[in-house]
Design a protein around this ligand. Structure first.
Ligand code: HEM
Length: 402
């Protein structure tokens, strides 16, 4: 049976004023109508937009849907016309299917296990304490993004991969451009070329002088320099930007929900659960794409081969059929199973690292500054635009009683 057809005509470009943590209202309304809607892309391609939890999860786990960007040549806001989209460069496995994808993911899995990441806890605590010391010394005001949210995950991923932290000036701003949603085409191309140049030098340095780190370990394999560069790009950009935005946006969300903040401050044992709820509630990696490789029957519709599907992870994580009172931040929530790290073969490789960082950093921040508060009105906090691949905050001015 064919289900009634609901259509979303354009992707929303903004969130509701005063609701910086909620998906745009057009997406929430679309999900209320139907977990799957028709979505006409600007180039005329008739695609789909999936906003329901169950459908999103099943598509993510279904090998009949591909992540290959050269097949998926449709963009929700841009008409590419006749331009051919090239396949992902070697090593950029986020945009590949198995078996190519697993050629790159497999050698990394053992390096990001729960056990390995737990061993990093002490180092994360140390780096966090150093940044809180520096904030306290320079205070009683700070931009939480530059003083805390960005440097902690950046230092840890640099140490893990074996990237000198002093080199960050050569790629950090460029990664911001890739994921921040504000750079123009020329700027993006220049940023990509500069980052590739840096990564080529880095890989050559690791081959010449291997040290005790993930990238050096990978040089002892049949992976080519080009492949290692691609893998390093995915790891660095994911490792730099996602957790940083979770820490900043998460702190903003807690400051806007004082009872929740008080509960976490009072009970450090709540940190694990609190982090899962913040991941669900904020879903900073908000939207991904898949293309049907064959005709698939789903939700009462036929998704025909060659059709692009937009998966709105942040809207799926607000599905009331899966999460009661989904728009409430409830750190005691027991539901579990959010899709903030995706699902299926591309499920986030760095999730255990991100968890360790957040479980350490949120309680440490709240306990160091018992009177932490925003230094500007909430509606003046500079957020990333809705077009950003990773949602988040550009700066978060905070203050406290010295
Ligand atoms: C809170 C922080 C993070 C969030 C919300 C997040 C989210 C995600 C999501 C949603 C995907 C899957 C995309 C898809 O299905 O197409 C993904 C993949 C990935 N993430 Fe993360 N991530 C985070 C932190 C990290 C960190 C710290 C690393 C560092 C190593 C990392 C490395 C990766 C990699 C390598 C992939 C590609 C996996 C694959 O294609 O097999 N992520 N992440």
């Amino acid at each position: 049976m064919t289900a009634p057809l609901h259509t979303v005509t354009t992707m929303p470009t903004e969130r509701q004023p005063g609701c910086p943590f909620d998906p745009p209202k057009e997406l929430i309304e679309a999900r209320e109508q139907s977990p799957i809607s028709r979505f006409p892309f600007p180039d005329g391609h008739q695609g789909w937009l999936v906003t329901g939890y169950d459908l999103t999860r099943s598509i993510l786990a279904d090998p009949r849907f591909s992540s290959r960007k050269e097949l998926m040549r449709h963009h929700p806001t841009i008409d590419y016309g006749d331009i051919e989209v090239p396949p992902a460069p070697p090593g950029e496995f986020l945009l590949m299917d198995d078996p190519q994808h697993s050629r790159y993911r497999k050698p990394l899995v053992g390096k990001f296990t729960v056990r390995r990441m737990r061993l990093l806890t002490e180092r994360v605590e140390q780096v966090t304490a150093e940044h809180l010391d520096a904030m306290e010394k320079a205070g009683p005001t700070a931009d939480l993004v530059t003083a805390f949210a960005k440097p902690i995950p950046a230092i840890i991923i640099c140490e893990l991969l074996g990237v000198p932290y002093e080199d960050r000036g050569r790629f950090q701003e460029n990664i911001d451009k890739f994921l921040g949603g504000e750079a123009g085409d020329e700027e993006l191309i220049a940023a990509y070329i500069a980052t590739q140049q840096y990564l080529a030098e880095l890989v050559a340095a690791k081959r010449a002088n291997p040290t005790d780190d993930v990238l050096s370990d990978l040089t002892d394999s049949d992976l080519t320099d080009e492949e290692l560069q691609g893998m390093a790009l995915i790891l660095l950009s994911a490792g730099f930007d996602t957790t940083a935005n979770m820490l900043a946006l998460g702190t903003f969300a807690l400051l806007q929900n004082p009872e929740q903040l008080a509960a976490l401050r009072a009970d450090p044992g709540l940190a694990e659960q609190a982090v899962e709820e913040l991941l669900r509630y904020l879903s900073v990696a908000k939207q991904f794409y898949r293309i049907a490789l064959e005709d698939v029957e789903l939700g009462g519709h036929t998704i025909t081969a060659g059709t692009t599907v937009i998966l709105s992870l942040n809207t799926a994580n607000r599905d009331p059929e899966r999460f009661p009172n989904p728009h409430t931040l409830d750190l005691h929530r027991q539901d579990g199973g959010h899709l903030a790290f995706s699902h299926g073969i591309h499920q986030c490789l760095g999730q255990q690292l991100a968890r360790v960082e957040m479980r350490v950093a949120f309680p440490a921040l709240l306990n160091r500054f018992p009177t932490l508060r925003l230094a500007v009105p909430a509606d003046e906090v500079a957020l990333r635009p809705e077009a950003a691949d990773i949602y988040g905050i550009k700066s978060l001015p905070v203050t406290w009683d010295a």
